[in-house]
Design a protein around this ligand. Structure first.
Ligand SMILES: Cc1cc2nc3c(=O)[nH]c(=O)nc-3n(C[C@H](O)[C@H](O)[C@H](O)COP(=O)(O)O)c2cc1C
Length: 132
């Protein structure tokens, strides 16, 4: 309806630190003031940092697998390996992929996140080829 994807912007802050252990590093975003977010769930996104745009997946929710914590927006960028702490990150939500779920264990969550990455790439690559 906006004619572009809905986006949220904020500064990258330190999360619980589990992402690296899971081998899925995530940037946790402190949102600006009254930023509104889409419903909890997993999304195919594009992240823009320092003028560079990367494909990614994002989760909005409370990470119930690890005992629900505070609601957060976390982004895993697919082709960005530099430390994002303290940087400004803008996240455009391209497509919702699924609800956030409580998994039996960390391995099952990581397997699902790998599938999320494949699904996101399908969506994002399809989008690019549609552009002039
Ligand atoms: C694409 C993606 C999907 C996720 N899906 C779920 C989920 O379904 N359930 C869940 O409990 N946590 C989910 N998470 C959140 C992870 O639990 C979280 O990234 C991890 O615990 C690391 O958190 P930290 O950065 O605060 O350390 C997801 C994260 C990403 C990036």
């Amino acid at each position: 309806m906006l004619g572009r994807d809905f986006a949220a912007e904020g500064t990258v802050i330190r999360g619980a630190g589990r992402g690296k252990q899971l081998h899925v590093p995530t940037a946790n975003l402190a949102l600006d003031g009254s930023t509104m977010l889409p419903a909890d769930g997993v999304y195919a996104v594009r992240g823009e940092v320092g003028g560079r745009v990367c494909d990614g997946v994002a989760n909005i929710g409370v990470s119930p697998t690890f005992g629900a914590g505070p609601r957060s927006l976390e982004v895993h960028l697919l082709d960005y390996s530099r430390n994002l702490l303290g940087k400004r990150l803008r996240v455009s939500f391209v497509q919702r992929l699924r609800d956030e779920q409580k998994f039996e264990n960390a391995d099952s969550l990581v397997a699902q996140i790998k599938q999320d990455v494949r699904d996101a790439l399908d969506v994002l690559r399809g989008e690019k080829s549609k552009r002039p």
